[in-house]
Structure formats: structure tokens, C-alpha cells
Design a protein around this ligand. Sequence first.
Ligand SMILES: *[C@@H]1O[C@H](CO)[C@@H](O)[C@H](O)[C@H]1NC(C)=O
Ligand SMILES: *[C@@H]1O[C@H](CO)[C@@H](O)[C@H](O)[C@H]1NC(C)=O
Length: 296
Amino acid sequence: MNWLGLLVLLTLAGLAEGTWDNCGGICGLRPMVYEYEYMDHDNGTTRVVGGADAKLGAWPWIVSLKHPAIPGTRHLCGGSLITAEWVLTAAHCFDPIRKIGMVYLVIGATQLTKPGHGAQLRRIKKLVRHEHYNPSDKSNDIALLQLSKPVDCNPYVQLACVADPALSLSELQNCWVAGWGATAARSQTSSDILQEAKVQLIDVQLCNSSGWYAGVVHTHNLCAGYPQGKIDTCQGDSGGPLMCQDENSDFFWIVGVTSWGRGCARVKRPGIYTSTLYFYDWILAHISPETIENAY
Ligand SMILES: *[C@@H]1O[C@H](CO)[C@@H](O)[C@H](O)[C@H]1NC(C)=O
Ligand SMILES: *[C@@H]1O[C@H](CO)[C@@H](O)[C@H](O)[C@H]1NC(C)=O
């Protein structure tokens, strides 16, 4: 049972005068992608590092956190829209915490310099970083942002489905990462067009073994990428989603939040993600009071 999904539905049901949520109680679907379905097909070797340009509206829940002091596109971190007024991201995006006052969010964009008509800007009303987040070992690297005002869903702005603990990860085959982060390992420059790449979930025990990450991977982490490197998340992708398609359906689950990696796209150094399955109750607990309040 996906309680978060149910909560969104219940909230909607209780909203007779429905002012804030027009996202239809739906999550994880990509209306624009259905338009592309009969157009050219990727052949799986698509050139994030090693990724390809995402099409408009390809990942309609992805969010760019921006800070005016960052040169170029101002992009600071990624995030995912999980309700009309909450964004899931990484706690380390706010190291140091003073960054928060100036941060704003762009929702519904693919190209940062040309966000398009579907895109919406928001400020942060409230930041909830995990109470046990530890910057030195990146444990509990998860945070929630409440938006200054709920978003209006449209084909470019949709909610993500947050994976619940009942989901069987080992059965999910079609997993992707996306972000505006660096497209080369030593680069600090973010990419203007959203990059996407297909990745494999890598067993955490293998990922934590000697020759790999040798003991620094936490039990609440996921590893994804390729043993041989080459395709990976990188600087600037932090906070963004690791997404897997449901086994029996069209929609995507957010299974992880991009946390860290040693270098980018190196051999046996895949990306490390904070598991949303592990933190599902934490997420729900922090967004529920607000959601229920709004329902009345
Ligand atoms: C995939 O498509 C690219 C560009 O069209 C082409 O160069 C490449 O050979 C294709 N790879 C396979 C495995 O078909
Ligand atoms: C990785 O290894 C360390 C040290 O042995 C251990 O504390 C940690 O729990 C392990 N992580 C996982 C995912 O098992």
C-alpha cells in the first residue's frame, strides 16, 4: 500500500473547495512522453556524465534549486516534487545552512536558460533537514522543502511517486537518473539542458565491499550506476531523483535521492543515493500535518 499516494488522494477527496491541489491525485506519470512515444526511439546506448539531453517534460517532477550567487545558470541542486507543496531533496544541499534565504526553485523546466511557459518559480517556506543528518559521513542525507505556494500541475509539472517499503527493488529494471549537474568529472559547470541516463541498481553489499566503497556505504543508501563507471550522477545532480519504472505499469517511483559519489563515473565508484523506501515514514510524518491541515 502506498500510504503517501493514498494520503494525496484522501486529501484531494476532502478538498471540496479544492484550492491548492490540481494535480489530480496522480503521480509518476509523464504526459509529454506519451506524445513522443511514436517518435524516434533511443537505442539504449545513449550517450548527468554519459547521459543525453532529456526531452521537454521528460521528468515532470524534477526541480532545480537555484541560488543567485552561483555563476551561470544559478543551479545549486536537484529535487523532486512529491506533493503540490513539498519537494524532496538532499540535506547536504544546505551546507552551509545560511544558503536557504536566497534559494528559489524552478519547477517544470528542462532547459534552465529557457524554462518555458509550463515552468513555475517558488521560494522556500520551510526547510526540514533530517535531524540526524551528518555532513561528515553524509548519513541521513535527506531534506524536505515546503514551497511558498503550491504548484499548478500541467503536462510539464507533475508529482513524483515516492517508493514505499513494500516495493521490491530487485524487480525494477528500468531505472534512470536525471539532473543539471556537471557532464564531465572535473567540471563544476552545470548543464543547461536536463541530462538523463539509464542506470542499474547495484547491490549495496557489493558496493560497500573492498575495492569498491570499502565500508562507507550506509544501510539507508542505494548504489546505482555501472561497475565500469562511465555513466553517473555528478556535482550539481545532488538532491535529484533516482527513478525506476513500476514493474507492471507506466509510472515511475522515486527510489533514491542523489547524495554523493567518489569522483564521477569512475570504475567501481557508482553514485550513492539516500533510499526513499528507508525514509518513507520520515517523509510522510513531515509532510502529513501540513497536508491534513490543508484538507480541512
Ligand atoms: C544507436 O544510435 C546511434 C545514433 O543513431 C548509432 O550511432 C549507434 O550505432 C546505435 N547503436 C546501436 C547499438 O544500435
Ligand atoms: C558497510 O560496511 C560498514 C563497515 O563494515 C558497515 O558499518 C555498514 O553498515 C555497511 N553498509 C551496508 C549497506 O551494509
